[in-house]
Ligand binder design. Structure first.
Ligand SMILES: Nc1ncnc2c1ncn2[C@@H]1O[C@H](COP(=O)(O)OP(=O)(O)OP(=O)(O)O)[C@@H](O)[C@H]1O
Ligand SMILES: [Mg+2]
Length: 244
């Protein structure tokens, strides 16, 4: 479904270049939900942007639905992204002068779908994410959690093969965060949507079935146990308190 092969990436810095990712290798099957963890600066966003075709890797390849996106021309890639890849941003990235429904419809406009069909699909998805009553409002009239729901609906409207999310709950309070995670898990379990979610938040990682972790540009794979040990060490601390 998604296959990352020997992926390396470096950014130019002055006359040198800084290696951010080295020899990353992993695959994600259809219907999986994967949390991508790692400390700040470990390369999570870079890896996600490469997988979503937002930039090209220095080395290696990325296959989505059997196609190497790194070998596509800019035009091919633009079309492929619109039809096969969904993206959820930390800061929602909604268009302020479009209504909630129009924001969700937007990816379909490029596909030349009739407006009635677009509208129906958008309303169906907005209902799915719990925003049936807000379709004609503008993003600024919604709470952060509601705006993120709109952005989730928008990421799903083209029925993409995979949805990438970069810290989708990073701007939200704990309660809203939990609600958004519930929604993502529900969409994964009931609609089989494949997610790769970058997160700092252990709350998110604890609830996904699989964790991969970046350390110094390398991937700690099968890392579920090890990563979870890191995750739960912090959580477990209060339990060690001795009762009087
Ligand atoms: N466009 C760029 N040009 C040069 N260096 C970059 C660029 N984007 C990222 N980097 C560098 O690559 C490294 C990884 O950055 P990245 O944004 O992928 O980290 P991250 O794991 O997402 O961090 P955070 O958790 O803080 O979001 C950092 O050292 C960063 O400075
Ligand atoms: Mg990042």
């Amino acid at each position: 479904m998604l296959e990352v092969q020997q992926l390396s990436h470096s950014f130019p810095s002055g006359t040198e270049s800084t290696q951010v990712l080295s020899g990353i290798d992993f695959r994600v099957e259809r219907g999986e939900m994967v949390a991508l963890l790692g400390s700040s600066g470990s390369g999570k966003s870079t890896l996600l942007n490469l997988m979503a075709g937002l930039m090209k890797p220095t080395e290696g390849s990325i296959l989505i639905a059997g196609r190497s996106i790194d070998k596509m021309s800019e035009n091919e890639l633009a079309v492929f992204r619109r039809t096969h890849i969904g993206f959820i941003f930390q800061a929602y990235e909604l268009i302020p002068h479009l209504t909630v429904r129009e924001n969700v419809e937007l990816p379909l406009v490029f596909q030349g779908l009739r407006s009635k069909v677009r509208r129906e699909k958008a309303i169906e998805l907005l209902t799915r994410v719990g925003l049936a009553g807000k379709t004609e409002m503008f993003p600024s009239q919604l709470s952060g959690g509601q705006q993120q729901r709109v952005s989730i609906a928008r990421s799903l409207i083209t029925e993409p093969a995979v949805v990438f999310a970069d810290e989708p709950t990073g701007n939200l309070d704990t309660k809203t965060e939990a609600e958004i995670i519930d929604l993502l898990i529900e969409l994964n379990e009931n609609s089989g949507i494949t997610f790769v979610i970058v997160t700092h938040e252990h709350e998110v990682a604890k609830r996904t079935k699989r964790i991969i972790q970046l350390r110094d540009g390398y991937l700690v794979e099968g890392g579920a146990a090890e990563a979870l040990a890191d995750v739960t060490a912090a959580e477990a601390e209060p339990l060690t308190e001795v009762r009087p």
